[in-house]
Design a protein around this ligand. Structure first.
Ligand code: UDP
Length: 318
């Protein structure tokens, strides 16, 4: 099949592109290299089934041809990372809204199957123990720039659902929960590459807030496996799926685990959110996915444990 992966030089996109090529498909990638890196495609460079276009989805003239030639589109191009979002909310909104608007319009015009990446951020400040796809969403005030990410991605979800309803569009939304793994950069805020990198250098691990906040980390190899299941099943059209792991850990616990597994002598320091991000920054205390929907539909569940994730990330950084 012919796949188009927008954001295919990003962390998740690079792994997905590698997998699609390995399975014998053709993969076209469009990426503006804003947060993506050509090195994420180093293993498949020179593969005759790979086409790489450097440009953004908002304006690049080649996008229309790429969509016309594709059988399936994975739309992963987005502004990502809490730190980047907080510091550049305008770019976040433009990329996530205008980019997706153009991709969906063209995919609908040419009748193409399209899977759009969304995020667990859309659950916002909800205090439920686990988040289910049909839950109401609780997004914070616009004065707090963090929520620009959730809000822009939510608009993407509404746009996709509207195309499905009114234009017989074949779209699916996936909500990623803290996807991690080799090659992820800590530059835009992600905690695991930051902690592992600090541990390997013997530097302090900077835990924001109390460290009691919890997250479930999902290995990117599990995540991309879920994406293929979705493409292979037509029942996924018009649906939203959580994709994540059920292994929960506090951020302080994560820091301790990383120090232990890497045999590091690093110390843990606590940093207030106002210093780490901005005054008035709101974090969510607990975030865990209910992944029963995708498990029941296609038998998918995350299989790679946190210890293995830490070891993989440390191995790739070493
Ligand atoms: N975090 C941290 N130190 C860091 C980066 C992040 O303590 O250097 C915390 C962050 O405040 C959040 C959690 O780790 O509570 C996960 O952060 P990340 O940005 O990886 O993902 P998020 O869940 O916020 O989308």
């Amino acid at each position: 099949m012919n796949f188009l992966i927008t954001g295919g030089a990003g962390f998740i996109g690079g792994h997905l592109t590698e997998l699609l090529l390995k399975e014998g498909h053709h993969a076209a990638v469009i990426d503006d290299l804003s947060t993506g890196r050509v090195e994420n495609l180093a293993a498949v460079r020179g593969n005759p089934n790979l086409e790489l276009v450097i440009g953004d989805v908002i304006s690049h003239p080649e996008l229309e041809r790429l969509i016309r030639e594709a059988d399936v589109i994975f739309h992963l191009a987005a502004a990502v990372g809490v730190e980047l979002v907080v510091h550049d909310p305008v770019r976040t909104i433009m990329t996530n809204v205008s980019g997706t608007e153009r991709v969906l319009k063209l995919a609908s015009l040419y009748g193409k199957r399209c899977i759009v990446a969304s995020t667990s951020e859309v659950y916002g400040k909800s205090e439920k123990d686990v988040f289910t796809e049909t839950d109401d969403l609780l997004i914070g005030a616009p004065t707090n720039s963090r929520w620009s990410y959730a809000c822009s991605k939510l608009l993407d979800e509404f746009m996709l659902m509207s195309y499905c309803r009114n234009h017989a569009f074949q779209g699916t939304v996936v909500r990623f929960f803290n996807t991690v793994g080799p090659r992820q950069t800590g530059r835009y805020g992600m905690v695991i590459p930051r902690f592992v990198s600090a541990a390997l250098r013997g530097e302090d691990l900077r835990v924001y807030g109390t460290g009691e906040q919890t997250r479930c980390f999902c290995h990117v190899h599990d995540t991309i496996r879920a994406l293929l299941e979705i493409v292979n099943h037509d029942e996924s059209v018009g649906e939203i799926y959580n994709i994540g792991s059920n292994e929960s850990i506090s951020i302080r616990g994560l820091a301790e685990r990383i120090i232990e597994r890497t045999g590091s002598s690093s110390k843990i320091v606590q940093i207030p959110y106002s210093e780490a991000y901005e005054k008035g920054f709101e974090d969510m205390l607990h975030r865990a996915p209910n992944c029963e929907k995708i498990r029941k539909a296609f038998g998918w569940k995350a299989e790679i444990a946190l210890n293995q994730i830490i070891d993989d990330v440390a191995h790739s950084m070493r």
